[in-house]
Design a protein around this ligand. Structure first.
Ligand code: SF4
Length: 445
């Protein structure tokens, strides 16, 4: 696992009283470079941990902090109770009343193992502006060790350890949704960070290895895949790297794998039989973005053979928020892109794809696509998390449309797929009433 010096380690009583779960936590603690006692907690202790022990004190965009440390580690178990959400809602209300961010209350309450992402379905307010497909997302962690400046998922990493019980409920969810072929794990974490010591991801990979035509998707910036080689994965875990050029990976994503390390981790995974994909996401326009892209893509094709590549420019915040988060690296950002973002405040006001205007994002995508095509004329290349207007502009160049493209984590994107056959918004029918431990639609990136 990563070298970590957590400021504190907490474990819920449901972890401490189960020898298998406790052993998982102990292995992680023993592997840390700073030794910490495991502090047991109960549900009623959580508000105090937040309000008095500063559990969420560093849960802000990491680029806004003077210095970034490793996260507090907290271990818990998921609960699979039909009415379990009530306790999470009560905790959320209490945290928000105390001026804290309440969104993590579900996880701190042992809820939210499986979440419905109702993209482009009735009630999705962002439906006009984001082409993602409706699906179930699955979770085992919340929080991350990678310290990306633009991200707010540092400060606290909550890991769930009852993976055997989890797989029983996941099986019920999967059986109830025959149209969903892939399951993205942890879009609010980077799953391999505590492995193999934690010993949770391996059992999940091997569980998917037993299924027919169902796949786990692990989306990561990690270097840490050597331990995955001997698992019985059966080709049913797809590993998707968020990849960035050397300037971005070293200056902006400092504890993630470097560009070289991520590609080497992908090579190792591919050699072990895992399907691999890449997302250039988010593409931060640093001054050297053109040559960084060319060099990275060349290395990708020298060492690996990806199944699909997706592209996504830096987005989801306005220009002021971007400047706040990337302040420590302001001098390496491309001034032309910065000026375009400043000038486009009105143009991008109503879109989630801000701060860069469409013409500048298209410039990124055109360059990346041209570099990829120098090495591979056939690998599917798609736009990730973009809007319908940008997709219309790129349909012809990509040979796919907003409703039939394939991507790293789409719910129908099985290994080897080149185009979707069924309309992804119409085929997705939620049938969760009989599956406990699930949440209603939640906005997820
Ligand atoms: S790898 Fe992802 S989750 Fe982790 S800090 Fe970076 S952006 Fe956040």
């Amino acid at each position: 696992m990563y070298e970590l010096a957590p400021p504190a380690v907490y474990a819920h009583e449901s972890v401490m009283t189960n020898p298998r779960y406790r052993a998982r936590v102990q292995r992680v603690v023993d592997a840390c470079s700073v030794k910490r006692d495991i502090v047991a907690f109960r549900d009623e202790d959580v508000p105090g941990l937040v309000e008095r022990a500063g559990l969420l004190g560093k849960r802000v965009a990491m680029g806004t902090l003077d210095s970034v440390a490793d996260p507090i580690l907290m271990f818990h178990t998921f609960r699979f109770e039909p009415d379990g959400l009530a306790s999470a809602k009560a905790l959320q209300a209490r945290l928000e009343a105390a001026g804290q961010r309440g969104g993590i209350a579900e996880t701190l309450s042992g809820q939210g193992a499986f979440r419905w992402a109702g993209y482009n379905q009735a009630g999705d307010k962002a439906g006009h502006d984001k082409v993602c497909r409706p699906c179930w997302r699955i979770h085992l962690q919340e929080g991350c060790v990678h310290r990306c400046l633009y991200c707010g998922l540092g400060g606290l990493l909550v890991g769930m350890v009852n993976v055997e019980e989890y797989c029983v409920h996941l099986r019920a969810l999967i059986d109830a949704h025959p149209w969903q072929k892939t399951y993205l794990l942890d879009d609010d974490a980077d799953p391999p960070g505590l492995e193999p010591e934690l010993g949770v991801l391996g059992p999940l990979i091997e569980f998917f290895g037993t299924l027919e035509n169902r796949y786990l998707v692990i989306h990561t910036k990690t270097w840490n895949t050597a331990w995955m080689r001997d698992l019985k994965h059966n080709g049913h875990t797809i590993v998707v790297w968020s990849l960035s050029g050397p300037t971005q990976s070293s200056a902006i994503e400092p504890k993630a794998g470097t560009t070289e390390q991520r590609i080497e981790a992908a090579r190792l995974a591919q050699e072990a039989g895992y399907p691999i994909r890449y997302k250039f996401k988010p593409i931060v326009p640093v001054k050297t973005w053109r040559e960084d892209a060319a060099r990275t893509i060349e290395t990708v094709f020298q060492r690996t053979k990806p199944d699909i590549i997706s592209l996504c420019g830096f987005m989801w915040m306005d220009v002021d928020e971007m400047k706040r988060r990337l302040a420590p690296v302001a001098d390496i950002l491309d001034p032309e892109f910065l000026a375009a973002a400043e000038a486009a405040r009105d143009e991008v006001r109503d879109t989630r794809t801000k701060p860069f205007p469409p013409a500048m994002r298209a410039r990124l995508y055109d360059h990346y696509l041209a570099e990829i095509r120098k090495h591979d004329p056939g690998v599917p290349v798609s736009l990730s998390t973009e809007n319908f207007q940008m997709w219309r502009a790129f349909e012809r160049k990509l040979g796919m449309s907003a409703t039939n493209y394939v991507c790293g984590c789409g719910p129908q994107c099985v290994p080897g797929i080149k185009r979707l056959v069924d309309h992804p918004f119409r085929v997705a029918v939620r049938a969760s009433a009989a599956v406990p431990g699930v949440l209603m639609a939640r906005e997820e990136d």
